[in-house]
Write a protein that binds this ligand. Structure first.
Ligand code: FAD
Length: 339
């Protein structure tokens, strides 16, 4: 009756937020007086198992087979479901990344188990698993009790602390893939992201911008004889990105900015975009619609920059700046660069 933690890997490295899942699994295991098993699949899995030991895993089930690279749901779910059927863990925990959500949901269905998604607190009461998760776009939180044999749980990124890295080692068991290469029908064509240098869901600081990027009071009118046509995309490149680079932040956006084509969808924060949980969230030129809040209201400190003092984002913000973002943000970047 171990606790499983799925360690997500990409190009031979563990995703940093996977260690949060391992830490949460360790807390459950301690309450149940049992051990934690890291499930590590894909390229570099054996090396990552040593790291998992240092972060607190007692055991590691490892499969470094080429059929598991890159990540695809079919071979991963087949193998995870088999491991769950063989070991009957009390819980399978992973971060609620895109892959974590689909893998755990699929494997929960395969093994006829329960599933709780996007959890922000996790504990044990007797034999039951108690999970707290946001509902209705973050307006309320619900507490869910799971008493099944195995429960699959995805955790909101950065809602749980990363455990201290120690000197522990995990007992490693090599396992074999379930599907042969010929049985895997999904082919992946991978496209490099052009701009993102800091992952949004892992980022400690996120700077997001919205439709307000279209209103640059300092831009020359488009019909001026010598003006090159000014676009909101230039605002992302020349105002938001330099501030992000200065702070080591990731760049997010509202859906309005994405729909208008200022920035690609992968940057969208909100109900139909990514959910982020950074230490600092700066919202510039974003009104704060409920659907946007669904993706960022868990941020620890929120700073809003908006020229409309009545914008709803100010109700959520710890610090509010009623200013034109095109005046305030470059001045902030310049000031931060001096430090
Ligand atoms: P606006 O609401 O137009 O706000 C722009 C703000 O910029 C205003 O407050 C204005 O005062 C300010 N401003 C303008 N110029 C400047 C300037 N120069 N300097 C400073 N401030 C300035 N939205 C999301 O963000 N994410 C989602 O995932 C999402 N999912 C949705 C799902 C559904 C089913 C639906 C119906 C909607 C969804 N939306 C989502 C859309 C959401 O309802 C809002 O329309 C959207 O968030 C508004 O984006 P915005 O704040 O950038 O634009």
């Amino acid at each position: 009756m171990s606790i499983f933690a799925w360690i997500e890997t990409f190009e031979g490295k563990a995703s940093p937020t996977s260690w949060e899942a391992l830490g949460a699994a360790k807390s459950l295991a301690t309450s149940l007086n049992t051990d934690v098993t890291a499930v590590i699949l894909g390229q570099g899995a054996t090396d990552i198992a040593s790291e998992a030991g240092a972060y607190g895993a007692d055991n590691a089930l490892v499969c470094d087979d080429t059929t598991l690279e890159p990540y695809r749901l079919e071979p991963y779910a087949a193998l995870l479901s088999q491991l769950v059927s063989e070991h009957n863990p009390k819980a399978v925990v992973a971060v609620a990344s895109t892959s974590g959500r689909e893998l755990l949901a699929s494997s929960a269905a395969d093994t006829n188990s329960g599933m709780i998604g996007d959890v922000t607190e996790l504990s044990i009461d007797g034999d039951d698993l108690i999970a707290v998760r946001p509902a209705y776009a973050g307006k309320v939180t619900s507490t869910v009790k799971a008493s099944g044999a195995t429960t699959f749980v995805t955790l909101r990124g950065r809602a749980f602390p990363t455990p201290e890295k120690g000197t522990g080692t995990a007992t490693v068991t090599q396992v074999s893939p379930v599907l042969a290469a010929d049985d895997i029908t999904t082919q992946i064509e991978s496209l490099e992201s052009e701009s993102e240098s800091v992952s949004l869901t892992d980022a400690a600081i996120v700077i997001s911008a919205g439709r307000g990027m279209a209103n640059n009071p300092n831009a020359a009118p488009a019909d001026a004889a010598d003006a090159t046509v000014w676009k909101a995309q230039d605002g992302f490149a020349n105002v938001i990105q330099p501030l992000a680079d200065t702070l080591g932040a990731a760049v997010g956006a509202s859906r309005a900015a994405v729909d208008a084509g200022y920035i690609p969808y992968e940057h969208q924060i909100g109900q139909t975009g990514k959910v982020v949980n950074p230490d600092l969230y700066i919202a510039a030129g974003i009104s704060g619609a409920i659907q946007h809040q669904a993706g960022m209201r868990g941020s620890k400190v929120i700073v809003a920059v908006n020229k409309d003092a009545e914008a709803p984002i100010f109700k959520l913000a710890r610090y509010g700046v009623v200013e034109d973002l095109y005046d305030f943000l470059p001045a902030l970047t310049a000031e931060l660069k001096k430090r």
